[in-house]
Design a protein around this ligand. Sequence first.
Ligand SMILES: [Zn+2]
Length: 212
Amino acid sequence: MPVPVPYVTAYTNELGPRLDELTVEIRPNRAPQIAYVLPTPNDRDAHGNLWARMTRPPEGERGRPLFESMDPLRQRECMQGLLCQVCAKPAEREDGTLFIEWQHANEPPIRLDRIITDMPPLCPSCVPVSLKHCRFLRDEKSAVVLLVRKSVPSGVSGTLFRVVDNPIRWTTSENDAYCSFNKPRQPALIAQRLYRKLRGVTVVDPDSLPTV
Ligand SMILES: [Zn+2]
């Protein structure tokens, strides 16, 4: 049976916004913010963050999957709706939702009551598939399956843009910036990831999960 390409996976010919699609607009409070030259009602989330627009190739003409990257809009869809990142079906169950977490390099040891993640959940059927076939998880000894009683959207991350010339020329931040929903929004950010804060977390044995 062929290994499924996870729903959230990015593809080589699905591209983010071009620099000439971006502009600076002045808000009613006179503060500048990054915006699209041709705005649409879905550009921003409920917190006002501008999200990356992605190109979509015609049906059947997708490029090569980039297993190490997530498509921003499919990541957001799965994270917002608690959909399985592999099969895109609802991942939420009566007793909670399954996530996979691991020890990230250069970060303090995992504390189950402090996890904020950008990895969307999985349904019980897709957990063993991921542990077996995902190249990263197969080699990552610290990976744990978590049953999460409650999770709440907590923030976004993405690229920070800065205007360096007139007419507009942009530079972008080298690293992604995280912007918590509890803090003032970052007006120069183009969001590419939605995060959830996990609450009521227990580690579960992947072999104990129901198979349907
Ligand atoms: Zn699934």
